[in-house]
Design a protein around this ligand. Structure first.
Ligand SMILES: [Zn+2]
Length: 222
């Protein structure tokens, strides 16, 4: 997965032709400014599924399903946001042959769906900031991985990734936000061809005076 700029997503949103996107799956007939068809989301004999090309939205008066071109592909075809955006981008021939997406775009899209937990496969850059935001707004039990040589280095690395988001958050605030967001760090290393757990520590707080994270060996009683 590569990187796609935010403005490409915005361009897909404004340029996607919802009538042609939905029209590939549902037979639509013109009805004034809108288009109408049999709703693909519930069984019906007379059409209550409306598509508005002006608003870029569909709405079903029968089952109240509604959304835009992205939502339609996600709900009708079970696509992820990423896959839906790729489909739309390739139909619009945006971004050449390889549509690009940033993890931070996907993360922001995920947060809009109010998830209980967030799993980010690997933090490598600017998405670290969005992840921190997510973690500090009640998404407990979330999980991510980051490459580092120790648990403590993982935190420093995470802070550097937040920096790349270019939000202008001061050094100290970044570290304090990390200390609030992250509870437990499990360090896994490869030894003699096997992955072994080398450290399990809990992150107590950030000590701003000494500029260091306060870590404690984890025990399940805490
Ligand atoms: Zn319906």
């Amino acid at each position: 997965m590569g990187l796609i700029p935010d403005d490409t997503i915005a361009e897909i949103r404004t340029r996607a032709d919802i009538v042609s996107v939905i029209g590939q799956h549902v037979q639509l007939k013109r009805a004034g400014r809108n288009w109408k068809g049999l709703c693909p989301f519930h069984g019906e004999k007379s059409p209550s599924f409306n598509v508005s090309p002006d608003k870029g939205f569909y709405y079903c008066f029968g089952c109240q399903k509604k959304g835009d071109a992205f939502t339609f592909l996600m709900e009708y075809q079970g696509k992820s946001f990423h896959e839906a955006a790729e489909t739309l981008a390739s139909e619009l021939r945006l971004g050449g042959h390889e549509p690009f997406f940033a993890i931070s775009d996907l993360l922001r899209a995920t947060l809009r769906h109010r998830p209980d937990r967030i799993l980010v496969g690997e933090v490598r850059g600017a998405e670290a900031f969005d992840l921190l935001q997510g973690l500090n707004t009640g998404h407990l039990g979330s999980l991510t991985t980051i490459h580092a040589n120790s648990a403590e280095q993982a935190l420093t690395r995470l802070a550097h990734c937040v920096l790349t988001a270019n939000i202008g958050l001061p050094h100290r605030s970044t570290r304090e936000a990390i200390a609030l967001a992250i509870h437990l760090i499990v360090h896994i290393a490869r030894q003699a061809g096997r992955r072994v757990v080398t450290e399990v520590v809990s992150l107590r707080r950030y000590d701003a005076q000494n500029e260091q994270f306060v870590l404690e060996a984890w025990s399940s009683g805490m």
